[in-house]
Design a protein. Structure first.
Length: 94
């Protein structure tokens, strides 16, 4: 947890700059996940994966816009990046 604590402290110190980069990273990875999900077709599973990707990206964005604590925003960023990265990997095998 030492790395997480260091990232959390750095995120608190440089909150505005890193938040803007985090929003860009989250939405870029999310858009790649959505693109790959939609390339699989338009059935129930691809649309559910699109919903999941959009939901986690929006949760991160809403936390920033509603001025939540930096730790909450960082945790949602990590969740967004992990979920969207997993969606990208899953879509390689579908």
């Amino acid at each position: 947890m030492i790395t997480y604590d260091q990232i959390n402290e750095d995120f608190k110190e440089n909150f505005l700059g890193l938040s803007s980069l985090a929003i860009i990273a989250s939405t870029c990875i999310g858009s790649i996940a959505v693109m790959m999900s939609l390339s699989s077709g338009n059935g129930f599973l691809p649309m559910f994966l699109v919903f999941l990707s959009v939901a986690v990206c929006c949760a991160h964005l809403v936390a920033f816009l509603s001025v939540q604590k930096p730790k909450i925003i960082l945790n949602l960023l990590i969740v967004s990046l992990v979920v969207n990265s997993l969606l990208i990997l899953v879509n390689f095998f579908i």
